[in-house]
Design a protein around this ligand. Structure first.
Ligand SMILES: [Zn+2]
Ligand SMILES: [Zn+2]
Length: 96
């Protein structure tokens, strides 16, 4: 089941289950749209995969299947990230 992590890993912005700004990779590394647009484009800093918008879980499902509570806030070292970014930015995720 999708974890629905509570905030952006990079900037810490809150991303509640109904947020339309949440972006996730295949491992559910979770970032906000602003960070993805500004820094990461379509290259996840943790795994090098692409991003998609996180699906909204309907509110009536959350009591049974709640969002994850523990925040994972670990800002990306943007200088180190450049190597991974430059290697992948021009390759579509499906071809990486
Ligand atoms: Zn962010
Ligand atoms: Zn990832």
């Amino acid at each position: 089941m999708l974890e629905l992590r509570p905030c952006c890993e990079h900037c810490g912005k809150n991303l509640p289950p109904n947020s339309t700004s949440a972006r996730i990779c295949t491992y559910e590394c979770t970032f906000c749209k602003d960070c993805v647009d500004e820094f990461f484009t379509n290259v996840c800093p943790n795994c090098g995969g692409g991003f998609v918008p996180r699906p909204i879980r309907p509110a009536n499902q959350l009591s049974k299947y709640p969002a994850k509570k523990e925040a994972l806030h670990r800002p990306v070292d943007l200088a180190k990230y450049q190597t991974l970014y430059l290697k992948n930015k021009n390759i579509k995720p499906e071809n990486r």
